[in-house]
Design a protein around this ligand. Sequence first.
Ligand code: FAD
Length: 499
Amino acid sequence: MSIEEYDVVVVGAGNAALVAALTAHEAGARVVVLEAASRAERGGNSRFSGAIFRAVHDGLDSLRPILADTDPEVLERVSVAAYTRGDYIDDWFTTSQGRPPRMLVERVVDQSFDTLVWMREHGVRWELTADKLFDPAHLDGVYALTPGGAIRSRGEGVGLVAALFDAVEKAGIEVRYDSPASGLITRGSAVDGVLVRRDSGVEEVRGVVVLACGGFEANPEMRRRYLGEGWDLVKVRGTRFNMGTMLAKTLDAGAQPAGHWGGCHASPQDAAHPPVGDLRLTDKLARYSYPYALLVNSAGERFVDEGENQVFLTYAKTGAAILRQPRAVAYQIFDQRTAHLLEPRYRTATPVEAGTLTELAARLDISAETLETTVAEFNKSVAADADVRFDPTALDAVSARPDGQPPKSNWAVPLDRPPFLAYPVTCGITFTYGGLKVDAEAQVLDVTGRPMPGLYATGEIAGDFFHYNYAAGAGLMRGAVFGRIAGANAAARATGVRQ
Ligand SMILES: Cc1cc2nc3c(=O)[nH]c(=O)nc-3n(C[C@H](O)[C@H](O)[C@H](O)COP(=O)(O)OP(=O)(O)OC[C@H]3O[C@@H](n4cnc5c(N)ncnc54)[C@H](O)[C@@H]3O)c2cc1C
């Protein structure tokens, strides 16, 4: 068996891993990155992402220094209100129903803006998400971006990982592709390195270990085991490589499981989404304009409050609601009041179009009678002045409470202006919430609550950050903040041990 020694061994090569590797390298450690995928498929879920990073900021003026590349015309068209520490913590605890340890959340929130600055210094170029939820050409005047979801990497996930790999390569950090870690090298509860499964046999790569190799969302057996019935067959939005191998091996080695093992981030996707993410389409099959639609199942019935909150705070739980419907499909139905509000990425779909609801139901093969009743009841309960007060760019409190249906808390305008457009959607899993227990120093804790010496974790593989639901942009931010913490601590431990 070949044995190699480094100071720090980073497992995975997505956002969390590359940030950890750069940080450890800058702290003087000799670093290797082990990636299961080939060079062509590198980048993990981070590459598929929309690359929104949720960060605390004081509004547009505070962002300008890191938005150096943003088109001045875009800056003229949008406003961005401040997103405070309190807002971020509230959004996190509200979506996760108060479950995560406060110190983990505060770590991410408090280091979020500094981490954006650090990433900018390492080549990531930030821009505003001005065209994410709307096509700006279809909105009048200046419009407000959601403050917590206003920033993304230029080139989205593809641009993000290209910039990070560029920085890693310029730093001379070794990245080994086709190198899936298959186990830990342990001494009691201490970790001395990882085993790597190669075509030629198993290799030992020794050093302080940073696990940044994702959750188990690509593994149908684990999804069925932990998430439950129906999840084995769900579409996977991102990489096929996040199989949970090292998560399982690390638990076997005595690590403590943490967080919402039965929960995951899953959102509405085009019903024709392939079984795993497509590297050309990345996140372009997401269907997030449902707050302006009626979302019905194949029985023609509504089943969620489409306007419960801003979409960035509801989309991650809406996938599971769709999965619970017959055949795991649903239909987003728009009319000519709202068709112009569709996100630009709906261009990757061909809607089913019809002049009447009866005709639409026939084309969708759903009960016309039920669909007509659903829509009639809904329209009847819409406020008389809904048209005047409707504001798609803000929570407008234009609500409806139809009999026998979920309410619609915002953006409740009648569905009555044909032609009608229906977009068939299904559930796509993004990432899993259960993972390894870590402390605020990114150390992995064992089942007794003690740190496992020589083992750190960041990104999706760490649990207890998200429960039930999620605020857009917190995943990448969590991985980057804890990537810096893990990289710095792993380097300090390795170089301390070496001295
Ligand atoms: C379509 C889509 C859109 C998204 N949009 C956003 C967004 O806009 N904002 C946001 O915050 N989050 C978003 N997310 C979620 C976000 O992408 C993830 O939370 C984040 O990328 C996770 O980063 P990570 O580094 O932990 O994992 P990844 O980026 O998935 O990296 C894990 C890496 O580990 C490798 N690996 C796995 N097993 C092994 C092994 N045994 N040995 C070696 N390597 C291994 C994988 O190949 C992969 O490269 C999105 C996700 C998807 C799929």
